[in-house]
Design a protein around this ligand. Structure first.
Ligand SMILES: [Zn+2]
Length: 160
């Protein structure tokens, strides 16, 4: 069972599991959502221009730079990124779904690899993104942005 705890998190509420999970195990399927083209701080991005809202308990999954779950927007599943003990808070890496976030924030996860400013994948290097599970739409958008940057660099190189 998953339960919502208020307090005990700098983000207000948090999602805690009552049972342990093994790495790769399904925690829950993402169902009952509504598709929207308007991103808010409560939506999860599932495509370049597509977001989902009304996520139920999943709305309480906080961000961590050392996440213990994967939100897979292709399979529409939340899975254990590593072994999880009963009583642990469940977290995921927000830039794994979000390209550009409606409400960026400073991360307080305390992990050594903390990215500090959580504003979406657009603001992270390919090197940083490569350390995480990243959804297909984010990978595509990151590669497109990289292509554009390379193109610009080449064009500007020709000008000088
Ligand atoms: Zn962090």
């Amino acid at each position: 069972m998953l339960r919502i705890e208020t307090g005990g998190s700098p983000y207000g509420a948090r999602l805690v599991t009552d049972r342990p999970y093994r790495q790769g195990e399904l925690i829950c399927a993402i169902t009952g959502y509504r598709v929207t083209h308007q991103a808010t701080y409560q939506t999860v991005q599932i495509g370049p221009d597509t977001h989902i809202e009304e996520l139920g308990v999943l709305a309480y999954l906080n961000h961590s730079c050392r996440p213990n779950t994967i939100v897979d927007t292709t399979a529409m599943e939340v899975r254990a990124a590593r072994d999880i003990a009963a009583g642990e808070e469940l977290t995921f890496f927000y830039p794994s779904t979000e390209w550009e976030m409606d409400r960026p924030f400073i991360c307080l996860c305390g992990a050594p690899q903390c990215v500090r400013l959580v504003a979406g994948a657009k603001y992270l290097s390919i090197d940083t993104l490569s350390r995480y599970f990243i959804n297909r739409h984010i990978r595509d958008m990151a590669l497109a942005a990289l292509d554009q940057a390379l193109c610009q660099a080449i064009t500007e190189g020709h000008k000088s």
